[in-house]
Design a protein around this ligand. Structure first.
Ligand code: SAH
Ligand code: SF4
Ligand code: F3S
Length: 474
């Protein structure tokens, strides 16, 4: 719901926005001002990137994939692993040459990295050609920041956790026409010991159910075929929402029930679910729904109870497996994907074997696998970490082999089935159309470009590793 403070903040930004549009008409190198926006990291960041693009479009910008011709360059960054950060520093560093050739270009860095003190400091001192640095809570103030840069030519650093209110009503320039992201909640309160997200995204805040319902309804009416609700832990949805007198509080299962009531031909997905909060009620709602595929991304991180406890995940292996069993009981065709960390500080090879046995026991459609990366300021970064990176890389390869075996066994069983596929794009590698089943399996098949963004039925004729191949039957 829009409150008056947010309303005021937005109308203040609207006048900056109009001024920037005028200023950029003169400053643009081409006919219209061009922006290059590059987003790293998770879907939450992608959703933020779409809001930023919405604001830029309001300021008269068109978009380009080439930073060289852009008048405004923005990197929307991710801090979750060191490797991600190194890439960003490398790419931002390379902008120095563009700035030398085109001194009028405005360069900005935002997103999760900038919420870390040491990163902001490094950007300030070692990257003097970066004009604007702003944090994850400051997106709505982009017009004001651009205005100040253009008029006063000073560097802007606007970050920090002070302003944590949610701003509704920002324009959104969506990247796709068939799939859309809708934020259900912001932030994370879980503080898993390895994770930087709670520090850079702040505390959990849920959007009002009416605002989410309205957004999803609008997307369905606009023809979107797949809508994904986002949150670092969607199962915490509603915990801090004020409840009006006489009304019952809404939890995530309740929100899903409301959204499932919408008519139309669309899939409703959500991520991410934390096993400590995933409830039987959630699986019951999924089992009885019209729009929610029988699929869940449920990160388990480790199969060892000692490691899970050190990670501060607050569930154990047995609880995780009992959730899987219940979900299978109410939805025998359900498919699972998950996240895993290899080489958490102090993890032994025997404990890692417990991760492998869990992978075998569950049978995941897909796994997102990561080697542990220490993040400054987190609890795990201070723990003893005796196993070498080289050794962890070997474990990692072993995990990939086991997962590959399991995934390809699942895929082989699907040969001969006819599945409903939402076509996403054309695979560059195979030249075939590529889409996803309800279970989130990738299916490739021959067909014309017009099918992108449509549901089609495909009969699976063969499977290779985790990809299904088939032919269209309608
Ligand atoms: N909120 C989500 C995850 C967000 S981060 C959840 O709890 O499931 C996405 C994934 O990155 C995590 O699930 C974890 O597997 C991985 N990850 C997070 N911090 C990491 C770190 N420091 N090193 C390696 N992997 C990490
Ligand atoms: Fe990170 Fe844990 Fe929060 Fe996920 S639930 S974002 S892993 S702290
Ligand atoms: Fe990365 Fe921030 Fe997402 S740290 S994973 S972009 S919430």
């Amino acid at each position: 719901m829009e409150n008056s403070v947010a309303g005021e903040a937005l109308s203040r930004q609207a006048s900056f926005s109009a001024s920037v549009a005028e200023l950029m008409k003169i400053r643009a190198r081409g006919k219209v001002p061009l922006a290059y926006v590059r987003t790293y990291g998770c879907q939450q960041n992608v959703a933020d990137g779409e809001k930023i693009k919405g604001l830029l479009a309001q300021m008269g910008f068109s978009f380009t994939d080439g930073p060289e011709e852009a008048d405004f360059i923005l990197f929307n960054t991710c801090a979750v692993r060191e490797h991600a950060e190194d890439r960003v520093f490398g790419n931002v560093g390379a902008l120095k040459n563009i700035k030398r050739r085109h001194p009028s270009v405005v360069i900005a860095v935002c997103g999760c990295m900038t919420e870390q003190e040491q990163v902001a400091e490094r950007l300030k001192t070692s990257f003097p050609f970066v004009n604007i640095v702003f944090g994850t809570h400051m997106i709505h103030r982009l017009p004001e920041m651009l205005y100040q840069t253009l008029v006063e030519s000073k560097r802007i650093f606007l970050r920090g956790g002070e302003e944590q209110e949610m701003i509704e009503g920002l324009p959104v320039q969506r990247d796709g026409t068939a799939r859309a992201w809708v934020t259900a909640m912001y932030g994370c309160d879980n503080f898993c010991s390895y994770c930087i997200v709670p520090y850079v995204r702040g505390r959990e805040r849920s959007r009002q159910p009416e605002a989410i319902l309205e957004e999803v309804r609008g997307l369905v009416e606009a023809g979107y075929k797949e809508i994904t609700l986002l949150g670092q832990n969607v199962n915490s949805y509603g915990k801090n929402l004020p409840v009006e007198e006489g009304k019952t509080p809404v939890n995530f299962a309740g929100l899903l029930r409301q959204l499932d009531g919408l008519d139309g031909d669309f899939r409703l997905r959500f991520m991410t679910s934390h096993p400590k909060d995933a409830s039987q009620e959630l699986f019951d709602v999924m089992a009885g729904s019209r729009h929610i595929p029988h699929y869940i991304h449920l990160p388990f991180q480790s199969g060892s109870n000692r490691v899970l406890s050190e990670m501060n995940r607050r569930y154990d292996r047995e609880k995780y497996l009992s959730l899987i069993r219940y979900a299978r009981k109410v939805m025998p065709d359900i498919s699972f994907t998950s996240d895993v960390i290899v080489g958490f500080p102090g993890e032994t090879y025997e404990e890692f074997q417990e991760t492998l046995s869990l992978v075998r026991e569950v049978g995941f459609t897909n796994l997102f696998t990561f080697i542990y990366s220490p993040r400054e300021g987190t609890k795990a970064a201070k723990m003893e970490d005796p196993v070498s990176h080289q050794e962890k890389t070997k474990w990692f390869a072993e995990l990939l082999r086991v997962q590959e075996e399991c995934a390809s066994a699942i895929c082989q069983k699907m040969v001969g089935q006819t599945l409903r596929v939402l076509v996403e794009d054309r695979s560059e590698k195979s030249g075939l159309l590529s889409g996803r089943t309800a279970s989130s399996h990738i299916v490739e098949f021959p067909g014309p470009d017009e099918l992108v963004g449509q549901f089609v039925k495909v009969r699976v004729t063969r499977a290779k590793s985790f990809i299904l191949y088939g032919e269209r039957i309608s």
